[in-house]
Design a protein around this ligand. Structure first.
Ligand code: NAD
Length: 449
């Protein structure tokens, strides 16, 4: 099948490369000239395990093409998937300007007697497919183009860091579709997945749009829930790790997304929870639970700095902190809404010196946060151990595997102070204490040697 992807970011590029690997011919379009020129040479603009190899392979086997020419892209595909960003707008609602501009590009490039399917892969508020349909229809009518189309909602559920694995082995593929013609094209697109037993869930367009927000909002709710339980555990002297294990073994609850920490971040949960709250408001159907989920998450990002301050009653100004981990989660260089950013800004405002290290996200950090890099109290260093020089405390902000296996005695010997502030609960308290360190984590009462 000829498939076009418009918006070659995390979702668009992974989807395009995976569809190509499954035998479709895929043209990926983006407005960024630099991104497309690099991709034509096999250079992937962000870190995602296995993606560069997949892109190179399918480029060389002539199943994957890149272009900045939107007319060429729309003409190429029988199905046009839009995977552009839907960032947070000024009042926390989803900003749909990119989606609308792609819908218009689609309309502008439909030829006389064409039939094509416009598939929305981005996370968009309910009603967006209807407004895209309206926008495309208006254009065709105004310009007297006799073309037919359908708009389909096909939300994406991949997780950064395991995006390829998720795309090849989805737990479900949700397709919101109103016409049988579009349905059969979508079945054709996903045939390789159907053959391997992956459930293709056909539903109406609006339900598909809600499914994506409801899924993200539910997962964010689980995280904020366990974080509130963690805060309670700290007060009463219980251990949230034990509680998570104890409740997660109940199959009605499940053990995933029950890790207490410094709050969720990334390009999806924060903006999607806020956008759903906003949609509810607009429709007169308030999301009380989600307001609390968001509030708990905001508070969670302040915990580590509060704990740091509690350990230094004389004040933290002028102290040095080693920060381990910048990305919002391991196996990605994505820094969008990473809790590390708020923590770093908070520390810098309080006059703390920071030496930060991340195994993958530092190049991305350098590109995006020149304002932080200009602060004389902030430096990025080349290794996790280098960050420990003169450090009064370490803050673990991302649970990269390489931080898990470190020799804690070596850490104790290298740092100036003794305090580990573990925002991801990656160590066993007893191991930290045996190394002669002070351990503050999330959801366990304070343990000192
Ligand atoms: P992204 O910012 O990485 O990629 C978006 C791309 O679209 C960029 O490369 C940008 O240059 C391009 N673009 C913008 N306007 C364009 C236009 N008019 N024409 C062509 N290209 C254009 O975003 P992403 O993380 O891939 O997310 C895309 C959508 O998928 C969002 O709605 C997001 O919420 C959703 N989503 C993301 C993930 C994820 O893990 N990143 C997972 C599931 C769903």
């Amino acid at each position: 099948m000829h498939v076009t992807i418009i918006g070659t970011g995390y979702v668009g590029l992974v989807t395009g490369a995976c569809f190509a690997e499954l035998g479709h011919e895929v043209m990926c379009h983006d407005i960024s000239e630099e991104k497309i020129q690099n991709l034509k040479k096999g250079i992937v603009p962000f870190y995602e395990p296995g993606l560069e190899e997949l892109v190179e392979k399918n480029l060389s086997e002539d199943r994957l093409f890149f272009t900045t020419d939107v007319a060429e892209a729309v003409k190429f595909g029988e199905i046009i998937l839009s995977a552009v960003g839907t960032p947070q707008g000024k009042d926390h609602e989803a900003d749909l300007q990119y989606v609308k501009s792609v819908a218009l590009n689609f309309a502008e490039n439909l030829g006389e007697n064409d039939y094509k399917v416009f598939v929305n892969k981005s996370t968009v508020p309910v009603g967006t497919a209807d407004s895209c349909t309206q926008l495309i229809n208006d254009y065709l009518k105004k310009n007297a183009v006799n073309a037919k189309f359908d708009v389909v909602s096909n939300p994406e559920f991949l997780r950064e860091g395991r995006a390829i694995e998720d795309t090849f082995n989805p737990e479900r593929i949700v397709v919101g579709v109103a016409s049988t013609k579009a349905k059969s094209l979508m079945e054709h697109l996903y045939r390789p997945f159907i053959r391997t037993g992956r459930p293709l869930v056909f539903t109406d367009v609006k339900s598909a749009e809600v499914i994506k927000y409801a899924a993200n909002a539910f997962l964010a709710t689980k995280i904020s829930f366990i974080n509130e339980i963690a805060n309670f555990c700290e007060v009463v002297g219980a251990d949230v790790g034990e509680v998570s294990k104890g409740i997660g073994l109940d199959s009605r609850i499940g053990s995933k997304f029950l890790h207490a920490g410094i709050g969720y971040g990334g390009s999806c949960f924060p903006k999607d929870v806020k956008a759903l709250i906003k949609s509810g408001e607009a429709q007169g159907s308030e999301f009380k639970i989600l307001r609390a989920v968001d509030e708990v998450n905001e508070k969670q990002k302040t915990l580590l700095v509060n704990k740091f301050e509690d350990n230094f009653p004389q004040g933290i100004k002028g102290l040095t902190v080693a920060i381990w981990g910048l990305s919002f989660k391991p196996k990605t260089d994505d820094l969008r809404c990473a809790p590390s950013l708020e923590i770093i800004n908070n520390l810098l405002e309080k006059g703390v010196k920071i030496k930060a290290f991340d195994p993958i996200a530092m190049p991305n950090f350098k590109k995006q946060f020149s304002n932080i890099l200009e602060n004389e109290n902030f430096i990025l260093v080349d290794t996790a151990f280098e960050a420990l020089n003169e450090a009064d405390a370490i803050m673990i902000l991302t649970e990269w595997n390489e931080f898990r296996g470190v020799d804690l005695k070596e850490i104790a010997a290298k740092m100036k102070g003794k305090l580990i502030l573990d925002g991801r609960n990656i160590y066993e308290s007893k191991d930290v204490l045996e190394a002669g360190l002070i351990y503050e984590s999330i959801g366990k009462s304070k343990l000192k040697r």
